[in-house]
Design a protein around this ligand. Structure first.
Ligand SMILES: [Zn+2]
Length: 305
């Protein structure tokens, strides 16, 4: 693993955009990026309940596109990236799920001892609490934006124990780029859920060519009940979220890898395909932004945060 300066990845990004544009012009499709037409996958984000309203079992691990796999439980997403330099995880699910993620990795014929790094989107327990055990068992290094790092390091949030403290942890920040073979991971700081929430723009090669995946965590979300807002608020949260909305809408990507499956099947594509269009993405972010505006209208006492 090595890090490379941001300007190099910017160049790659431009080449990617040019390549997509060429393909579309050849097909006479005009000037919008039709990501959903270029890539296909049989992977679908699935509803949590069956037709009778019963909760489904955890899904089997599954390839999403090229070297990217889904290895998490039913309601929160954990993604695996297979590279020539080992395995990389994005988020780690719940601690209470125990060996579910390592077992899913084994089911894919891969060895969890090869997990090099776990990139966390934000410290909330559904995404991060499983990381401590995976790190302990397999020596994986936990990578988290530096403003969220202390909570994971100590396992304490506002005086409450929220998880096992972790030792092997590195604070990362906006603009950092990590390369694993030909896969590239770029950190984009998108605070709002937590001060250190990030999304990862991950460029991989797959059967239909280079693909830009957005590991988005819950960055689109705003805590829109008093109880949730109180639990998660911090100085600057509302201003942060406003900036994050613009950042999220500006990111060009092909494959949406969110923090929870419902972000796709409820909010962007009923069929659950992870290849969402730019329009679907913008509509989802706008809807969630509206929830924030409605909340602050009803609770103006929070508007200046
Ligand atoms: Zn979540």
């Amino acid at each position: 693993m090595r890090t490379i300066p941001g300007y190099i990845i910017t160049t790659f990004g431009l080449l990617g955009i040019l390549f997509c544009t060429d393909v579309q012009m050849a097909g006479g499709q005009g000037n919008t990026i039709l990501a959903e037409n270029k890539f296909t996958t049989s992977f679908r984000f699935k509803d949590y309940n069956d037709e009778k309203g019963n909760r489904k079992h955890n899904p089997e691990p599954e390839q999403i596109y090229g070297p990217i796999y889904s290895v998490g439980p039913l309601t929160v997403c954990v993604y695996l990236l297979k590279t020539s330099e080992g395995l990389v995880l994005f988020d780690a699910g719940y601690a209470r799920d125990g060996n579910l993620v390592p077992d899913n990795i084994r089911k894919l014929g891969l060895d969890p001892a090869k997990i090099k790094k776990i990139f966390i989107t934000h410290w909330h327990g559904d995404h991060s609490s499983g990381a401590a055990q995976i790190s302990e068992l397999f020596g994986a290094e936990i990578m988290v934006q530096k403003l969220d790092a202390e909570i994971l390091r100590s396992g304490i949030y506002r005086g409450d124990t929220i998880g096992q403290p972790v030792k092997k942890i590195t604070g990362i920040d906006d603009g950092q780029v990590f390369c694993f073979g030909d896969a590239v991971v770029k950190v984009i700081h998108t605070p709002g859920q937590t001060p250190g929430e990030v999304v990862y723009l991950v460029t991989v090669n797959g059967p239909q060519g280079e693909c830009r995946a957005l590991v988005a965590g819950d960055a689109t979300g705003f805590k829109s009940t008093v109880e949730e807002f109180e639990r998660n608020k911090y100085p600057g949260v509302c201003r942060d979220y406003e900036k994050t909305v613009s950042i999220l809408k500006s990111i060009e990507f092909d494959l949406y890898l969110g923090g929870h499956p419902h972000q796709v099947f409820n909010e962007m594509r009923e069929d659950g395909s992870p290849f969402v269009s730019r329009e679907q993405w913008h509509k989802m972010v706008d809807n969630r932004h509206q929830q924030k505006k409605d909340f602050l209208k009803a609770h103006p006492e929070y508007a200046d945060m």
